[in-house]
Design a protein around this ligand. Structure first.
Ligand code: GRF
Length: 215
């Protein structure tokens, strides 16, 4: 039997992407075991979602630490008790230190609500609308020290409807995220997608472009 991928999901908020993982692994075998849900905010609704699904939870508040390095060390110590193979950032609103990223090199995923390299940072939906883009969507990528810039794995894209609001577009993109994020994580968990030499490798080939799915 292939080794199962022990997965930690890091959240700060509502956790709709976390819920998508919970639903996906209940629905079909992705080879992922959801080992721990971690939050830096004790009020994150995602913790309730995890408890309801009988997943272990942990919370360390960044406000209790004067220093980012000390906070990150505490998070590493907590996560490593669960021996994760993969870390999934799902609305985790802390910038991770270089030490943290090095500790889990090539094993941290993020999802960003834009077709990277377009629109790193915030307000991605409004920026795509303002630019008159034909396509918008979301990108799953490996996390590196450069924010929203790590090697891309999978993009889900949809056609922008002329005149739609940023809120409506955000909801449509969110629905796409819920499909592509568990899928991309499963690919990494199974070894179909790997991080090597600062690049994504897909099916053994260095991938300059992510896989693109149109919704
Ligand atoms: C998503 O929009 C994702 O793209 C961004 O954070 C948001 C998380 O939302 N990185 P949720 O907490 O999973 O609903």
């Amino acid at each position: 039997m292939a080794k199962r991928c022990r997965t930690a999901i890091l959240i700060s908020g509502s956790g709709t992407n976390l819920q998508a993982f919970i639903d996906a692994v209940q629905d079909r075998d992705l080879g992922l075991d959801l080992s721990i849900v971690f939050s830096n905010d004790p009020n994150a609704f995602g913790l309730e979602r995890a408890e309801k699904a009988n997943i272990a939870t942990a919370c360390i508040q960044h406000a209790d630490y004067t220093d980012r390095a000390l906070f990150d060390q505490a998070v590493i110590a907590e996560l490593d008790r669960f021996e994760p193979d993969l870390l999934v950032l799902a609305g985790f609103m802390r910038i991770l230190s270089a030490e943290f990223i090095a500790h889990y090199r090539g094993r941290i995923l993020n999802i960003h609500p834009a077709l990277l390299p377009l629109y790193r940072g915030l307000n991605t939906h409004q920026r795509a609308l303002d630019a008159g883009d034909k396509w918008h969507g979301s990108t799953v990528h490996f996390v590196t020290e450069k924010l929203d810039s790590g090697p891309r794995i999978l993009q889900g894209r949809l056609a922008v409807v002329p005149g739609e609001s940023a809120q409506k577009l955000a909801l449509r993109v969110q629905a796409v995220e819920h499909k592509i994020y568990p899928q991309a994580a499963a690919w990494v968990g199974s070894g179909k997608v790997q991080y090597r030499d600062g690049r994504s490798w897909i099916d053994g080939e260095q991938a300059a472009e992510p896989v693109i799915q149109t919704y």
